[in-house]
Design a protein around this ligand. Sequence first.
Ligand code: BES
Ligand code: MN
Ligand code: ZN
Length: 499
Amino acid sequence: MKVKVKKGELRNSQSKAVVVGQFEGSKNLEGSAAVLDKNCDGLISDLIKDGVFQGKLFETGIVNTRGLIMPDWVVVIGLGKKNELNLEKVRGAFSKAARTIRDLNIKDFSASLDSGNTDLPIDKVAQSAVEGVLLGLYRFVPFKTIERDQIKEVNEFVIMETKPDLLKIIKSAAKTGEIISDAVYYTRDLVAAPSNEMTPSILADKAREAFVKRPVELKIISEPAMKKLGMNALLGVARGSNEPPKLIIMEYNGGKKGERPVVLVGKGITFDSGGISIKPADSMDEMKTDMSGGAAVIGTLMASADLRIPFNIVGIIPATENLPGGNAYKPGDILKSMSGKTIEVLNTDAEGRVVLADAFAYANRYNPAAMIDMATLTGACIIALGDLIVGMMGTDEGLKNMIRVASEATGEKVWELPLWEEYDELIKSDAADFKNTGGRAGGAITAALFLSKFVGDYPWVHLDIAGPAWLKKDRPYISKGASGVGVRLMVELLRNWTR
Ligand code: BES
Ligand code: MN
Ligand code: ZN
């Protein structure tokens, strides 16, 4: 899919279709829609005259232009009430337009960003338009072999602009949107891949593939080195599987030499059966997505490198399967983690926090300026916040506030849960330092408290993405399935980063 920005008017577009927007409750067409309507003898205003088209959010109207202008079709998208338009709705509207165009089996379309005066900054609108189109058209089809020719595809999206001073701004913002969307695509592909095609070794290969042509250094730590480092927590979880675990490390040096990096850690369980504490069969297949945090870290580093973000960023992914087997770790086992702290395993299905403990210990070597981890950590977080909201817990108000700002901007919804020491006793172990479960009540919080015991003295935030990593229904610009959640949030955070 190509994204282009061109100088000119919509009526002269070379595309087969053009898209214009219309607000709800306004009697007249505005912006580019008004111009286009004049160009084609009022064909578009006919739609609103009879109340056939009301401009309700994401409503669509389709008009044939009968040769009056170059493009054959005009797709009109409802933008809802004018004073309620925001970037999230811009993404949704462009996604709806792109999906409508695809359903019509049209391969290319143009749009203008001028839908009448709104207060939204043009660069953000351009970036959101591109994100809406690209993210909304995503599909996961590599394993479909029959009737492939019937898969409809849009090949080109052109933004048309007449004002020369705006062209440059729009071009650069559209490029940003494209870079970020590409990274989200890569992340979604990793998450959607089934576990037989996404083992820890394949995940490491995919990271290598992502960074061959990017200024990111990749290091893979395999079993022998893990043993030397004393990573017995990660090794313990990996014992039930025949697939060797990998610790995937990515270093991007966009900042000054020696400057403390921002460290991103992502849970990389390529399949979570629960282990000896095995999960029920229903929906167990979904646990192929238990490496969503790790995949989001890879996507974030890809986009950070492409955007030349001026900071040092390190990504760390502890990757393994969690399976039952003759050699698997068992309830009651005590593991001595790399940090030296001991973990009593009460439930082998609480494996995420166990592998993250060793990843955190490794992260400490970097003397992080801050650390953020993303993990599909607990079902309890889904019970607390539902399928669409990321749970946030952490030790630093400043960092949490910056994440809240990035959440507002990207539409990747985040809500904080308290990380209070009242529940510390729930993860104290009789036999070891900590136990890996704190019971059902407050499960997302006790999981985060466990993680906090392995974090050094620097700002840290944990993002539990168990809900939004995998969507059961289509959303306005995020298709059902792997969402790539975390990538846009982290890239926005890093682009706004201040020390
Ligand atoms: N990967 C799961 C959490 C999860 C559940 C993610 C549903 C996405 C959808 C995690 O490893 C897990 O199994 N957590 C247990 C912890 C419990 C045993 C303390 C859970 O949430 O049930
Ligand atoms: Mn589990
Ligand atoms: Zn898990």
